[in-house]
Design a protein around this ligand. Structure first.
Ligand SMILES: *Cc1c(COP(=O)(O)O)cnc(C)c1O
Length: 234
C-alpha cells in the first residue's frame, strides 16, 4: 500500500491514542490504565505492520483462520494477539500459545477445552468472560444470571487466568444507554470480585462508536478498529 495511506493510518492511530489518554485523564485515571487493542479483522497485513513499527503492539482479531494467516505472515514476536470473536469449540485448540488473551469466553464447556489445550501446550491463557448485557440470543456471551456460576468454574481452572469481563452492548442503543450498559458491566465486575474473593483487573469495553462512554465507566481495554484503520474490507 502507498506511503500516503500509511501516513494517514499512523495519524489516525496517534489521534486515537491522544483522545483515549485525554479521556482517561478527564475520568481521573492515568492514560496508561486504558490500553488500546487495535482491531485488525479484515484489515491488510501491511496496515498492521505499519502500526507495529510505530509501537502499537496489541491487535484484536475475530476469525481464527484469518488471524493465524496474519500471525504467520507478520512473524513479529513483539506483537500480541487478542481473540475477540465468537470461538467455536472445535477451533479452541488454536488459541492457547497463539493469543495472549481471549476476550470472548462464554461457556464452561469451551473453558474446559481451552484448559485441556493449555495444559498440553504448557501455557496459562488470560481470559475475559463476555457478558450478554442485552440478552440478545444471536450474540455470544454469558447471561447475567449465569455469570457467577461460570466465573466460579473458570476461576478453578489452573491453566486459565480469569482477568475480567468484556461486553459489546446492543448495537441499536443510543450512547446514553450504552454508557449505562458499561456502568452495569463495571458493577457486575465489582460484585464478581467480591464473590470470588480475587481481583478482576480488566474491563474490555468500548469500540469506535462508544469508547468515550466506556472509558468514563472504567474501561481498561478499548477495542478500536474503524477509527484507526478506516472501513473494513468485506
Ligand atoms: C469489530 C469489533 C470491534 C471493533 O469495532 P469498530 O467499530 O471497528 O471499532 C470491537 N470489538 C469486537 C468484539 C468486534 O467484533
Amino acid at each position: 500500500m502507498s506511503e500516503e495511506h500509511d501516513q494517514a493510518l499512523v495519524l489516525r492511530w496517534q489521534e486515537t491514542l491522544q483522545d483515549v489518554a485525554d479521556r482517561a485523564r478527564r475520568s481521573g485515571r492515568a492514560p496508561a490504565d486504558v490500553q488500546i487493542i487495535a482491531v485488525s479483522k479484515r484489515q491488510p497485513l501491511c496496515a498492521i505492520r505499519a502500526l507495529a513499527a510505530c509501537g502499537q503492539l496489541d491487535f484484536g482479531e475475530n476469525y481464527v483462520q484469518e488471524a493465524l494467516e496474519k500471525q504467520k505472515g507478520l512473524a513479529l514476536d513483539a506483537v500480541q494477539w487478542h481473540f475477540l470473536g465468537r470461538l467455536q469449540r472445535n477451533k479452541a485448540k488454536f488459541v492457547p500459545g497463539r493469543f495472549v488473551m481471549l476476550h470472548s469466553l462464554d461457556s464452561l464447556p469451551l473453558a474446559r477445552v481451552l484448559q485441556e489445550k493449555c495444559e498440553t501446550v504448557g501455557v496459562v491463557l488470560d481470559v475475559l468472560l463476555q457478558v450478554n448485557l442485552g440478552q440478545e440470543p444471536q450474540k455470544g456471551g454469558v447471561t447475567e444470571a449465569d455469570l457467577p456460576e461460570v466465573a466460579r468454574g473458570v476461576a478453578e481452572m489452573s491453566a486459565l487466568s480469569l482477568r475480567g469481563l468484556m461486553a459489546l452492548p446492543p448495537f441499536e442503543l443510543n450512547l446514553a444507554h450504552k454508557q449505562r450498559a458499561f456502568a452495569r458491566l463495571a458493577r457486575l465486575r465489582d460484585r464478581l470480585q467480591t464473590g470470588l474473593g480475587r481481583s478482576l483487573d480488566v474491563l474490555s469495553m468500548g469500540t469506535t462508536d462508544d469508547y468515550p462512554q466506556a472509558i468514563a465507566e472504567g474501561a481498561t481495554m478499548v477495542r478500536i478498529g474503524t477509527r484507526i484503520f478506516g472501513p473494513r474490507a468485506c
